[in-house]
Design a protein around this ligand. Structure first.
Ligand SMILES: [Cu+2]
Length: 267
């Protein structure tokens, strides 16, 4: 009787756990909207499935041993001597590490290499993003394709990016706040800086997450492959107003993008 109720309890707890995980996994990742994101999803899915499976397997074995041997007053069974035990423990640990890390290295590393170590395609749209408490300052080069000079010494309330008014290259630059407009299927190169503290440039739908670091200029690129508006969130606890540091990435068709640029320049 006692044995049976124990078994039922174990099954109920197991079902609750499995149910919660399955429900959560359905809305785990927001719908994908970038090219390289598929590789990141593959890595996350492999790592979670592999480590989840290993944990499950480990617990099933543990449960079986508890079930089988817990009612004995003394040890009646030994698999091997202490040396053998150590060796087998190490073998299992290495196998688990190889399976889990294999996912990161084999599936994840090529994605990393593409985003950070491969030069962005020549047609990439270059966007400067400068973070500060608690906003995203966004700048595009104008029709001349050249960003005007900017210098932190010029930072002021009216000149948040420290632009040099005497530089002709900067006169057609487009500056925006908390909004990033891009073209669908065209590579975007983000040039990320920070004016004050660490912030995190996080586009969950595009599987993009990169910290901005004061004193550093960090380049990375991605290809948005779905039109729409996507949340840009700060992923570093950067101060009291961190929660309101939100922006929007608007992915448009080339026509819409051209029109938007035109309006922005004339407005
Ligand atoms: Cu922030």
């Amino acid at each position: 009787m006692e044995r049976r109720s124990g078994l039922i309890l174990a099954i109920v707890i197991w079902l609750i756990g499995a149910g919660v995980v399955m429900m959560g996994a359905r809305t785990w990742l927001p719908p994908l909207a970038s090219e390289h994101g598929a590789g990141i999803d593959a890595m996350i899915n492999f790592t979670m499935t592999a480590t989840g499976g290993l944990i499950l397997l480990g617990h099933i074995v543990l449960g079986l041993f508890v079930w089988k041997f817990s009612r004995q007053d003394k040890i009646t069974f030994r698999l091997a001597g202490p040396r053998m035990e150590r060796r087998w423990s190490l073998a299992v640990a290495l196998l688990v590490a190889a399976i889990a890390e294999g996912g990161v290295l084999v599936i994840g590393l090529p994605v990393w290499a593409k985003v950070y170590d491969t030069a962005s395609p020549a047609n990439a749209l270059i966007i400067e993003v400068t973070t500060e408490q608690f906003a995203w300052n966004v700048r595009y080069a104008g029709p001349d394709g050249v960003f005007g000079r900017a210098d932190p010494k010029r930072y002021s309330l009216d000149n948040v990016l420290g632009q040099d008014p005497d530089d002709p290259a900067g006169r057609d630059d487009i500056v925006d706040l908390n909004m990033i407009h891009v073209e669908v299927n065209r590579p975007v190169l983000i040039r990320l800086r920070s004016k004050d503290v660490l912030h995190g440039f996080f586009l969950p739908h595009l599987r993009v997450k990169q910290d901005s670091v004061p004193g550093m200029k960090i380049d990375f690129w991605f290809v948005p492959n779905k039109t729409g508006s996507f949340e840009l969130a700060c992923a570093e606890l950067c101060g009291l107003g961190h929660y309101e540091m939100r922006g929007v990435l608007v992915v448009m068709t080339p026509d819409e993008f051209r029109k938007w640029k035109e309006e922005k320049r004339n407005g």
